[in-house]
Each structure stands twice: as C-alpha cells, then as structure tokens.
Design a protein around this ligand. Structure first.
Ligand code: KMH
Ligand code: ZN
Length: 275
C-alpha cells in the first residue's frame, strides 16, 4: 500500500472559537496550527482564511499573508486553499485564492443542503468554470464529493473533457444534507471511482476517526481537522489540530501504514501529470 497522505483542515469557514477555542482566526494562529499539524504528520494543509474577528473571507490578500506565514514555518508543506469558501459567496469571490502562486486547491463537485436554511451551491456550470480556471492556472484540483451523485458528475465531466486526470477525490461524508459516513457509504464511494484515481476521506463529526481507519486499511488517504470535527473523543474537545493529526498517525502505525511527506504526496497524487 502507498504511504498515507494526511491532510489537515485547520480552520474551515463555519466552526468558531466558541465551538473550540483552538480554531485559528488570525494569520499567526493559522501559521501555528499549520506548523503543529505538519510537525505531527500532515503533508497537506486545507486552508480557509478568516478576518481577525473570525468571519470567513476569500480575500486573496488575506490568503497571501496567511500562506506566507505558513511557508515561513513549514516551507515544504502543500497548501490547499479552499475554493468552496463559505455558503453564499460568489464564484469570483471563491476563486480569489487561485490568483496566487499555489499548487493545489479544492474543486467542489455538486450542490447540497448544508444544514438549516443553507445551500452550498455548485451548479454544473460552476464546476466547469472552476475546473477550467484551475487548469489554466496549473493548480491541482482535489475533487470534493459530498455524495455519490457528485462522483458521477465528475466522471461525466471528465469524459467530456472538462475535468482532467489525474483524478484525486475527497469524500466528505457526514455533512447535514450530504451522504452519511457509515462503512457501507465509504465502500460504495471508493468502488465508484476509476482504479487509477486516488482518494482521501474526510468524516464530519463522529465519522472522522472511523472513516480515517477504514481509509488507512483500504489504501485511501485521510483528512482530519477542526473544520470537520472539534472532538478528540466523545465529549472531549481536541486541544488543537495537532491532536487530531496525531491520532491518525497512531491509527496508521497500528495498521503498518507509513506517513507520506509533502514531496512524497506530490508524487503519489501525480502533480506532474496534470494534462
Ligand atoms: N465551507 C463549505 C461551504 C471546500 O473547502 O472546498 C465548503 C467547503 C468546501 O469547506
Ligand atoms: Zn473546506
């Protein structure tokens, strides 16, 4: 089995310090959380940025400041800005960080309810537009799929030439409005993608570690972080992103799966083969 690529989603756009005081807002908090996660074994930092008051922003200036601060602390880590942003943001707002010198970003592959009255909108034209923009800017997309229909959309758009190989999926499971993260859901999704595609799994809330372990066992990769889950165990808040990454590393050790460095992750995901 390949080495395990761990992504840490350090901040997200929705979770707040009221939920967990370790959620980073400021540039220096972001850099510290990214550094600690990387030290523990994260090869990729999935990044949303915030204003100092915690409100989400897709400002390319704020991303640049944050990326510079992270690169100062851990120059080799892969930084993966979000193009999902927060619910309600426009296409152009969401794409702002792709104007920067980055090697990877998310590409959200379908619309879904997002709890309460929220809808996370990703129309087919949005997906095509985002895919085209990332391709033109030579940015490697991680294909965020919140349910099986999103995978089907990716495969159709790939066939039509809008989404290009190498295909690297992220199954984000357990969002209120998306697919749950039970074991059968995981198997259904991993069996639905092409044999030469890679995938990572992000379990929301209580699904985080059970899905991480399944993915470790079946050759997939793993995303954890305060964006997805604020607890280290039932009822106990995680004391930062590092604790969540460490727990995945322990699971990987238990199952004999070594951890990939950022450079090994670049090779495993085939960054150089973008075509
Ligand atoms: N914050 C969510 C609305 C992504 O980063 O690409 C979208 C999200 C997905 O987190
Ligand atoms: Zn995100």
């Amino acid at each position: 089995m390949d080495k395990l690529i761990i992504t840490c989603a350090i901040s997200g756009a929705e979770v707040t310090k009221t939920d967990n005081p370790y959620v980073p807002y400021t540039v220096s908090e972001m850099a510290e959380e990214a550094y600690l996660a990387h030290q523990a074994g994260a090869a990729i930092i999935h990044l949303h940025v915030r204003n100092d008051d915690g409100t989400p922003t897709q400002s390319k200036h704020r991303y640049q400041e944050t990326i510079d601060a992270i690169r100062k602390r851990c120059p080799d880590v892969i930084i993966q800005p979000s193009t999902g942003g927060a619910v309600g943001m426009s296409r152009n707002q969401r794409l702002e960080p792709t104007e920067l010198d980055i090697e990877m970003a998310t590409l959200d592959c379908g619309t879904l309810n997002f709890g309460g009255d929220d809808i996370f909108v990703n129309t087919e034209n949005d997906i095509i537009y985002f895919a085209k923009t990332l391709k033109e800017r030579n940015i490697f997309p991680e294909l965020e799929c919140f349910e099986k229909g999103h995978i089907d959309s990716v495969l159709r758009l790939h066939k039509k030439g809008f989404i290009h190989a190498p295909l690297h999926f992220s199954f984000v499971l357990g969002v209120n409005g998306g697919m749950a993260g039970e074991e059968r859901d995981f198997h259904f999704l991993r069996e639905s993608i092409p044999k030469d595609a890679t995938y990572s799994v992000a379990g929301i809330g209580r699904y985080e570690f059970p899905l991480a372990e399944l993915s470790i066992l079946h050759g997939g990769h793993v995303r954890v972080g305060l964006e997805d889950n604020i607890f280290i165990e039932k009822g106990k808040l995680a004391e930062g992103n590092q604790a969540l990454v460490k727990k995945v590393v322990e699971l990987a050790q238990k199952h004999g799966r070594p951890i990939a460095t950022p450079d090994e992750a670049r090779v495993l995901l085939r960054f150089k083969e973008m075509r």
